[in-house]
Design a protein around this ligand. Structure first.
Ligand SMILES: O=C(O)CCC(=O)C(=O)O
Length: 285
């Protein structure tokens, strides 16, 4: 069933900078996504393509760090079926008022038991390599989540604070909320933290300026999430900023002759006029 946001959920998103939702994906998809996570983090790439960022591998990496891979969709079609979904992209487009939506990147995250935190950040702070450098994110829990199990957390209404520059560590900072607290102080507000506590398959949408991060997972259960970071269809490369944020990785897909993003690497998922990158369906079948 395609996912649809209700008007009250739009209102929450605009007031708070995020909205928590149930049933982004159906529960019967969860076991195969768990198997896809096992494959990706043990170096088995179903399509033969290595994801753009592989930040953790079984047997090689620190077991206390959160496992992270970016653009798992290129390596595994179970991941691709979720993050290239048209209805999630349409929900993002209607929340943002965009007439078309591309995937910027996905984020495949696995907080195993006894893993450390992920630092608070604003996504848009890493995006000056394209313009407009703005994204909206759909975060999907693949396990039931709890506040004390390292779920994602948001600083309410922090999308109204100033856009900062990238600061602090993403993986396992000593004080994972510190950059957010400093930003709150600059904004002159006391931060109010809200946790995404949902059943597997639920999750959230958040604005690219909303401060978010996640605490340690001290408990016995894994906390896996699949994240769709989406951009406007009409974005363009800004080559002067290719060394900023995650630009060094994703500028490698720039075409020689122009600043348009290539749909093979940043497919269009949904458009008001009905356009969607045609090759997606061949890829998924
Ligand atoms: O899943 C998480 O804990 C954080 C994800 C996140 O911050 C992101 O994808 O930008």
């Amino acid at each position: 069933m395609p996912f649809i946001l209700q008007p009250s959920q739009h209102d929450s998103f605009h007031a708070d900078g995020f909205v928590v939702v149930d049933d982004l994906i159906s529960p019967d998809k969860i076991p195969m996504l768990h198997r896809a996570y096992d494959d990706l983090f043990s170096g088995q790439f179903e399509t033969g393509v290595r994801p753009d960022e592989v930040n953790w591998q079984q047997g090689e990496s620190d077991p206390t760090l959160s496992r992270q891979i970016c653009n798992g969709w290129k390596a595994n079609r179970e991941i691709a079926r979720i993050v290239l979904d048209e209805s999630l992209a349409k929900a993002i487009g209607t929340l943002a008022g965009w007439s078309g939506v591309r995937i910027m990147i996905d984020n495949v995250i696995w907080k195993a038991p006894a893993t450390r935190s992920l630092g608070f950040h604003q996504d848009n702070a890493f995006l000056s390599w394209f313009k407009p450098g703005e994204i909206i994110t759909c975060w999907i829990a693949l396990d039931d989540t709890t506040a004390d199990g390292g779920t994602i957390e948001f600083a309410r209404a922090s999308h109204q604070w100033a856009l900062g520059t990238p600061e602090g560590e993403f993986h396992a900072p000593v004080d994972y909320r510190k950059p957010m607290r400093e930003a709150a102080a600059r904004a002159g507000v006391e931060p109010e933290i809200s946790y995404v506590e949902v059943k597997a398959g639920g999750g959230s949408f958040h604005h690219g300026r909303t401060w978010h991060g996640s605490g340690a997972n001290p408990g016995p259960n894994p906390r896996r999430s699949l994240v769709l970071h989406a951009m406007r269809r009409d974005v363009e490369y800004v080559s002067a900023n290719f060394d900023q944020g995650i630009g060094p990785v994703y500028s490698r897909y720039k075409r020689l002759g122009d600043n348009q993003l290539d749909e093979n690497y940043f497919p269009v998922l949904w458009s008001e006029d009905g356009y969607r990158t045609a090759q997606i369906d061949d890829y998924l079948s």
